[in-house]
Design a protein around this ligand. Structure first.
Ligand code: ADP
Ligand code: ZN
Length: 743
């Protein structure tokens, strides 16, 4: 084998053949990064495979220049997974490879931060020096004394402790008294302030024991090939404890584990739970890491220095070689779907990785996705249930408040809070209990318009209205991020009759502060928490210690938080998520209500939830009030079946965008024509039509949706079309397989 198949960035799924020079034969394997001549320059590429013959004659082939030995190679198991991702998600192989390695590792720009360590060459010689020359060369003697006491001391610690300069240490090395050693210093991902007390595992309750039995059976493959378990447990039922026991099972088999949580739920609280149980065996990957830290964490996994990785979506690609378990917590979360190419769903790829590497996969949720629940019902996954909260704590009492009725009452004066909710908050403040108020929309008002002429402030680049942010006195577009100064007069007619519509969290915070000026109120959304992880940690700490009475927030406060003193939840507008044009709107609303409600009553005092709605009869709201997931599922699944929507059929959305609307529409039509030969009777096609979000960042958007039985042939054909069609320069398009966002 003298030929390597190499992919380079932007090679559009093509690989190129290169000769392997004699001296590199031993070093070139699949997954290795190489330096190759490409056109007139040199480029980095990855070896996809090796072969004996090329379709090109050997004289025409160029040779690999060198192997990037300092850069880690992609392990075999991940290369295989990458190939599957590129095929299933209809993208090129190099795009899939991008997902496998963090940028910090791929780029090769970040290397280890080396640190020098020192040991004495001979103890006798060192002592001799101290005795004979100690008086004249005081500082050298001090260094030697220190190192004798602290073998392999780092340069940093020596200079700090003895006050010696680098020059003195270098002289000792030259005099053959000290030996220098370069070591990799792992930049720590944990903040220094944090202290972790080892936790003693609680005794499992009966339901948890039964769940562990199901999981152990899957570990032992008692029921044929079944390798995945759906752990369906109500909020606060102790799912995390079950995950940790399953991790211990994997350890007993000498295997490693990956735990995926939604980024938003990767709170200090979550991290602490794993670290305090497993200590230094854990590596935590979160978005707050620097590139250097990310690189270090990746290398720790690669070298087998840790056994568990806890992280968001991309942690799924942790380079473990002996993987035994993957946990996907809150498996129904849409944030597991990557919204850029490759558009993979980490939950589904986890099931595939588990299958390929013979590892167990646990999908946990209080509101399983319909996809996973269906798989559990039809036996593809095992099912473990936790129906009760830990210690028999009660589920919070759910109360629907009909805001149509509330609005008619003169006493409520058009307030966005119902009188019942206000009373309940007051009661909690008096008793030093805590409240969370949830609204999944940030900003002050979602629309600013002129009463006089009807002008609406809209983003010039996107087909949405600007959101008004009062404190910053600006209008911002939540699609493209553009910001302008807020208007105080209508820019069209000059009238100063400005009206605001549609409330966001900023306004909720203002209004609740007006009602309870003596209460301590904080807001948590991506406006107040922008970028700074520290600030986020501070608010959570203050909330935990009881310094905050009311926490107002978006979905940032909906996930994974466990604060025993929260006994009240107010959901300001439960209907928001019902009105999005998406077949999953109901499912999403049910999930959101259940998750948010689950934050209440986790301590000794039972919780109470006020769900404010204008459509109290809506099934999603009705079933959520009763915690009746099964019947909600049955009712919804009948609809999905009827219209071939997932999970009763597959769905692929193909998006097109470009500056010239007519051109984009034309191209989408042509694209559909090319797909015709592989469209069978059991595939439903909608579009091309303008996407619900018609224009974003000055690009017009069109959409084709394929659903039904999407065979492998169909996918292959689609993939070929995605990668091979010559498209006009000013048009972009991509396939979104198993799309969760249809806007
Ligand atoms: P979930 O993930 O299902 O929402 P958690 O795992 O967060 O639930 O558990 C809720 C709380 O109950 C946590 O504080 C956890 O430490 C505690 N807990 C879990 N299992 C037990 C148990 N067997 N005995 C006592 N406390 C438990
Ligand atoms: Zn915009």
């Amino acid at each position: 084998m003298r030929i390597a198949k190499v992919i380079v960035n932007l090679s559009l799924d093509r690989h190129f053949d290169y000769l392997i020079p004699e001296d590199l034969v031993d070093k070139i394997r699949t997954g290795v990064q190489v330096n190759i001549p490409f056109g007139k320059s040199a480029r980095l590429g990855y070896v996809l495979g090796l072969k004996d013959h090329s379709d090109f004659s050997p004289e025409k082939l160029k040779s690999i220049i060198s192997v990037c030995e300092a850069h880690p190679e992609i392990p075999d198991n991940l290369m295989r997974l990458g190939k599957w991702i590129s095929e299933y998600y209809c993208c090129s192989q190099e795009q899939a490879v991008k997902a496998l390695l963090p940028l910090a590792v791929r780029s090769g720009k970040i290397t280890h931060k080396h640190e020098k360590h020192y040991t004495v060459k001979s103890v006798e010689k060192a002592q001799e020096f101290i005795f004979e020359k100690g008086n004249r060369s005081k500082s050298k003697a001090e260094v030697l004394k220190y190192i004798l006491q602290h073998p392999a001391a780092s340069l940093e610690s020596i200079t700090l402790e003895t006050g010696a300069t680098n020059a003195i240490i270098n002289q000792l090395v030259k005099n053959d008294l000290l030996e220098e050693e370069k070591r990799t210093k792992f930049r720590s991902a944990f903040s220094d302030e944090a202290e972790f007390v080892p936790s003693i595992p609680p005794q499992l309750n009966e339901e948890q024991i039964n769940a562990m039995k199901v999981i152990d059976d899957v570990f032992d493959r008692k029921h044929g090939k079944q390798h995945a378990v759906l752990l369906y447990g109500v909020t606060g039922s102790g799912k995390t404890e079950v995950y940790m026991r399953a991790i211990e099972t994997a350890f007993k088999k000498d295997l490693t584990a990956i735990v995926l949580v939604p980024e938003i739920a990767l709170t200090p609280q979550t991290m602490e739970r794993f670290i305090s149980r497993f200590g230094k065996m854990v590596s935590i990957l979160h978005s707050g890491l620097t590139d250097g830290e990310r690189y270090d964490e990746w290398m720790k996994i690669y070298r087998g220095l840790v056994k568990i990785v806890v992280g968001a979506r991309s942690a799924l690609f942790a380079p473990f070689k002996n993987l035994g378990l993957i946990v996907v917590d809150e498996e129904h979360e849409h944030s597991y779907k990557q919204e850029e190419t490759p558009r993979y769903n980490a939950r589904d790829v986890a099931v595939m990785r588990g299958y390929m590497e013979n590892a167990v996969v646990i999908l946990g949720s209080a509101t399983p996705s319909f996809e996973s629940y269906r798989n559990a019902l039809n036996g593809k996954y095992a099912l473990a249930r936790l129906e009760k909260r830990v210690d028999d704590r009660l589920m919070p009492v759910m109360r629907a408040v009909d805001m149509k009725v509330e609005m008619l009452s003169s006493a409520s004066k058009g307030s966005i809070f119902s009188r019942e909710l206000v009373e309940a908050v007051k009661f909690r403040i008096e008793r030093a209990e805590q409240t969370m108020i949830f609204l999944n929309r940030r900003g002050f008002a979602t629309q600013m318009s002129c009463v006089h002429c009807g002008f609406v402030a809209e983003c010039s680049q996107c087909s949405v209205s600007y959101t008004y942010h009062k404190k910053r006195e600006c209008l911002s577009c939540h699609i493209c991020g553009s910001i302008i100064k807020a208007y105080y007069k209508c820019p069209d007619c000059g009238a100063d009759d400005i009206r605001y519509k549609g409330i966001g969290t900023e306004k909720v915070e203002n209004l609740i502060t007006a009602i309870f000026p003596y209460a301590k109120i904080r807001r948590m959304d991506s406006d107040t928490m922008a970028g700074k992880r520290k600030r986020y940690e501070d608010v959570l700490r203050d909330f935990k210690s009881g310094k905050i009475d009311i926490l107002v927030g978006t979905q940032m406060i909906a996930k994974g938080l466990d604060f025993p003193k929260v006994t009240l939840i107010g959901i300001v507008n439960a209907d928001l998520s019902l009105h999005i044009p998406d077949f999953r709107a109901s499912e999403r609303t049910f999930q959101l209500l259940t998750q948010v409600a689950g934050r209440a009553g986790r301590g000794d005092i039972p919780g109470e939830v006020f769900v404010q709605t204008y459509t109290p009869q809506n099934p999603a709201i009705q079933y959520a009030m009763k915690y009746d997931y099964e019947n909600f599922y049955q009712e919804e699944i009948d609809l999905r079946e009827k219209f071939s929507y997932p999970p009763c059929g597959h769905l692929i959305a193909v998006h097109f965008k470009g500056a010239d609307s007519a051109k984009v529409a034309n191209f989408a039509d042509e694209f559909l024509e090319r797909m015709r030969p592989s469209l069978s009777a059991d595939i439903l096609v909608s579009g091309p039509v303008p996407a619900p979000l018609e224009k974003a960042k000055n690009k017009y958007r069109f959409l084709i949706i394929f659903r039904g039985v999407l065979s492998k042939n169909f996918r292959t054909h689609l993939r070929e079309n995605m990668l091979k069609i010559k498209k006009p320069n000013d048009i972009d398009y991509y396939a979104d397989v198993d799309a969760v966002n249809l806007s």
